[in-house]
Write a protein that binds this ligand. Structure first.
Ligand SMILES: NC(=O)C1=CN([C@@H]2O[C@H](COP(=O)(O)OP(=O)(O)OC[C@H]3O[C@@H](n4cnc5c(N)ncnc54)[C@H](OP(=O)(O)O)[C@@H]3O)[C@@H](O)[C@H]2O)C=CC1
Ligand SMILES: O=CC(=O)O
Length: 325
């Protein structure tokens, strides 16, 4: 009997065909109220799930007694109750590596855009307010040669360090769970305590996962330690930061600006105070959002899911404790 896969993400035709050759597939196109109701209806017979941006906790998982595998189309797995999945022996997989370079590109785009005030000045031109040569009031800050501080020296952190070191001649400092000798050798990166990094870096970039340990890691006391000319970049998860403290730090000049791809609540509300601030560049959680990378992520997730449902160890297994082998 064919397995039943429930998708809550639309796939390209070739990937859809690959799944349909192996399984019965239910597609839920949108996770609106109607889509969630369809999902609830489909879960009782689901063996596999594939998608992203849905909080999958016990309340939904309990509707799926046959579930064997969940393939997330993301590297971050903060949306999943991993302990419960493991207890139920449901294999969770993710999509690391294929999105690393693109996400680092987004991080660097935010560094450049925020430091050089690109959005603010482009909006000024568009509004017909460029009537004479700009002066110091509109100047930004240099990026090249400034100190790049990376919090979370994993895959994306390293790709950001590569851009800063080789492309922009930036001294790189980092904080992570433990020193990363490869990054130290390749980029001359220097390990720092979190506090030392906050005090020293010109650009402070978050590239760590959201976990119980990192939830609210960057709050009022962290912003107090940053230099007034520093620029804060978040491409990890919004909840790693106390957003109210960030807004306060931006308003009172404790830091110069922020480039943010992720927020406490997503989508970001149009009336967020962040959007009132000229020194904020806000993007819609687009770190990995290119045609090529999103297709590579979907392909990776499909292969993970098919392997798991075939009783094989998926390449990107997140919870090895769930393996029955
Ligand atoms: N904006 C976007 O669209 C995207 C956002 N992301 C986010 O980026 C995150 C990182 O991805 P990726 O680089 O692939 O992940 P990695 O696991 O390769 O890197 C994360 C790094 O952070 C370190 N780390 C974790 N917790 C702490 C902590 N409490 N203190 C210090 N260091 C810590 C890890 O150390 P150790 O391994 O020792 O635990 C690791 O070196 C994802 O989890 C996701 O949330 C990813 C892709 C796109
Ligand atoms: O935020 C995106 C991810 O892949 O994680």
């Amino acid at each position: 009997m064919k397995k039943h896969i429930v998708l809550y993400k639309t796939l390209s035709a070739p990937l859809m065909a690959r799944l349909q050759a192996r399984a019965e597939v239910t597609l839920i196109e949108r996770l609106d109220a109607q889509g969630l109701a369809q999902l609830r209806d489909a879960l009782p017979s689901a063996h596999g799930l594939l998608g992203a941006s849905l909080r999958l906790d016990a309340s939904l998982l309990d509707l799926a007694p046959e579930l064997q595998a969940v393939a997330s189309v993301s590297v971050g797995v903060d949306n999943y109750d991993i302990d419960y999945l493991t207890e139920r022996r449901i294999l969770l997989s993710n999509t690391p590596d294929v999105l690393t370079e693109t996400t680092a590109d987004t991080g660097f785009a935010l560094i450049l855009t925020t430091a050089r005030r690109v959005v603010e000045l482009a909006n000024m031109v568009r509004a017909g307010q460029w009537q004479q040569n700009i002066g110091p009031r509109h100047f930004g800050s240099d990026v090249h040669g400034k100190t790049l501080g990376i919090i979370g020296m994993g895959r994306i952190g390293e790709a950001l360090a590569q851009r800063g070191h080789f492309g922009f001649g930036m001294p790189v400092i980092y904080h992570s769970h433990s020193p990363n000798p490869a990054a130290e050798q390749r980029f001359g990166a220097g390990y720092r305590s979190l506090e030392a990094l906050l005090r020293e870096a010109n650009f402070i970039c978050l590239t760590l996962p959201l976990t119980a340990e990192t939830h609210g890691l960057i709050g009022a006391s962290a912003f107090e330690q940053m230099r007034p000319e520093s620029i804060f970049i978040n491409i990890s998860r919004g909840k790693v930061v106390d957003e109210a403290a960030l807004i306060e730090a931006l308003r009172n000049g404790q830091i110069r600006g922020a480039g943010l791809d992720v927020f406490e609540q997503e989508p970001l509300s149009a009336d967020s105070p962040l959007l009132q601030l000229d020194n904020v560049v806000a993007t819609p959680h687009m770190g990995s959002a290119t045609h090529e990378t999103r297709e590579a992520m979907a392909c990776c997730a499909v292969e993970n899911l098919l392997a798991a449902l075939a009783g094989e160890w998926p390449e990107n297994l997140v919870n090895p404790g769930a393996w029955r082998g």
